[in-house]
Design a binder for this molecule. Structure first.
Ligand code: FES
Length: 102
């Protein structure tokens, strides 16, 4: 799918044919602000994003494991997801997220 990342600096990065997860696609395309330090096992929160309100229902809520990590993050909101836990599917074509990172 096509994914738009709004970086912490406010830049818009559009990634075409994004593959894997919101984290791995960002790392593969050098999207600023998403480091993926833990390699995608939900234990670093460097892949923290806020899902655009229009997409929150399709993306779904954070899992219990994500909630455990997000509790430690100052900028956690109801829109928060850890990018490594969001698998990119064709249904998510056009997705927009704001990078929080860490
Ligand atoms: Fe570490 Fe997502 S990459 S929590």
């Amino acid at each position: 799918p096509q994914v738009t990342y709004i970086t912490p600096a406010g830049e818009t990065r559009v990634v075409e044919n994004a593959e894997g997860t919101l984290m791995s696609a960002a790392v593969a395309n050098q999207v600023e602000g998403i480091d993926g330090d833990c390699g995608g096992v939900c234990s670093c929160a460097t892949c923290h994003v806020h899902v655009d309100p229009a997409w929150q229902e399709k993306v779904g809520p954070a899992t219990a494991a994500e909630e455990g990590m997000l509790e430690l993050e100052d900028e956690a909101t109801e829109a928060s997801r850890l990018g490594c836990q969001v698998t990119l599917t064709p249904e998510l074509d056009g997705l927009v997220v704001r990078v929080v990172g860490r």
